[in-house]
Design a protein around this ligand. Structure first.
Ligand code: SAM
Length: 410
């Protein structure tokens, strides 16, 4: 076992992170809550090119922590899950959840996932908050590529390097003070944080990530022995070295861009001539919301299915709502509340009523929805819809969106 893995094992045995769910039924199912990587609710994000199928998928949760694999397995009994983690304490909690909820479709393995010999490749691999703690994150990506089926997808979450700037200085101070992963250092950190000015970058950061007020959150945020923070360019390079590309972003946190240039067509055109990597670098900086970069990746051979590297054929799209966004409909117009920010989208140029409730369900494609539109109405409508898709205000698929609630936990 490497020194890196030994330290991770020690930390995640002593400070399980994140704080685990105690009851999946009460905390998830009854509240109709689900994980962002849920294969049922996010089918159209994982495989927009494929019609929804009720077939059994082989799914790996690499670095599954204390509850993630159990929650996913309970909410998706049709699929087969394997959860791997180096922390026996985290897995012990998942075992409790397995017994409590009589989960039958989850195998747990305690090991470094890179050491496991896999017999059957995975259709879907999930690894959130894990590889940025490794000495060699590329070795994890290489393992994912080798163990994914040809059309398989990887849901990856790593830390970005912009928002975390706000805590880097403090981390260095705590290192200099030789703070360790123990209760007296945690107490000292809490006392120091309490005294920081309201506009200190770490306080701004804590408004987004409330768990820095809890012991495990403090350890994970300020006392972690190993963390890599990514610029999107470096991440794309690392993926490319391991035969992987980004298929889609899970949300617009780092990738929505054109919204910043909506009133300046000349700048927008200039930016659209930049490489994809340069555009994403700019959007990561402007959005400043990259503590968590959530991406869906696939093998390079599937590049034709990537939203990042292809223009979408608007006619054939089924647009739909993002589950995390609140849409307020007012006649033709739409107000969108995302992360407490509100934006208004006006469709006054249309001389007819539009049924947003129907559109957001994703049951008809845009060609069908605009069949009665005049040429100019259709052009303006498509322009606005493209803008909303580019900026992750509307989601899409190339197939009718399934009524996912029908299959939740069934
Ligand atoms: C920050 S936690 C995230 C847990 C979970 N993925 C989630 O999002 O809730 C990171 C977890 O990855 C595990 N881990 C880190 N490196 C690992 C490795 N190489 N193999 C297996 N587990 C690993 C740690 O033990 C820890 O439980």
């Amino acid at each position: 076992m490497t020194d890196n893995i030994k330290k991770l094992e020690t930390q995640y045995n002593k400070y399980i992170y994140p704080k685990p769910c105690e009851d999946i039924e009460n905390e998830y199912i009854k509240k109709n809550r689900y994980q962002e990587c849920d294969p049922n609710y996010h089918w159209h994000k994982l495989w927009p090119e494929k019609k929804y199928e009720r077939k059994k998928l082989n799914i790996l949760v690499a670095g599954c922590g204390s509850d993630q694999a159990a929650i996913l397995a309970k909410c998706n009994p049709i699929h087969k899950f394997t959860g791997i983690d180096i922390s026996t304490a985290s897995l012990a909690h998942q075992k409790k959840l397995i017994t409590k909820h009589k989960i039958e479709n989850l195998d747990l393995i305690c090991d470094d996932f890179r050491q496991i010999k896999i017999e059957q490749k995975f259709d879907y691999i999930i690894s959130t908050g894990v590889i940025h703690h490794l000495d060699d994150p590329g070795s994890a990506l290489n393992f994912f590529d080798k163990n994914l089926t040809d059309e398989g997808v990887l849901y990856l979450m790593v830390y970005g390097d912009q928002q975390t700037e706000g805590i880097k200085g403090l981390k260095n101070v705590f290192k200099k003070l030789q703070f360790e992963q123990n209760s007296s250092s945690i107490k000292s950190i809490k006392l120091i944080i309490e005294k920081l000015k309201k506009n200190h970058p770490a306080i701004v950061f804590s408004k987004y990530f409330k768990d820095i007020h809890e012991d495990t959150g403090i350890v994970d945020t300020f006392l972690h022995p190993k963390e890599n923070f990514y610029s999107i360019k470096d991440l794309i390079n690392l993926l490319a070295q391991n035969n992987l590309i980004i298929k889609n972003f899970v949300n617009g946190r780092i990738s929505s861009l054109t919204k910043y240039f909506v009133d300046n067509e000349a700048i927008k055109k200039k930016i659209q001539n930049f490489s994809i990597e340069d555009q994403l670098e700019i959007s990561q900086i402007l959005n400043w919301n990259d503590r968590k970069i959530d991406i869906i990746c696939t093998k390079k051979r599937n590049i034709k299915h990537s939203k990042v590297y292809n223009l979408l054929d608007i006619d054939s799209l089924y647009v739909c709502a993002f589950q995390s966004i609140n849409y307020k409909i007012n006649l033709q117009n739409l107000k969108v509340v995302d992360d407490k920010n509100e934006s208004a989208f006006e469709f006054k140029f249309l001389n007819k009523k539009i049924n947003w409730n129907e559109i957001l369900l994703g049951k008809k494609n845009l060609k069908e929805l605009t069949v009665n539109f005049s040429t100019i109405e259709k052009k303006n409508f498509y322009h606005k819809i493209s803008f909303m898709i580019e900026n992750y205000v509307l989601d899409y698929s190339f197939h009718e969106i399934e009524d996912y609630n029908k299959y939740y936990a069934k």
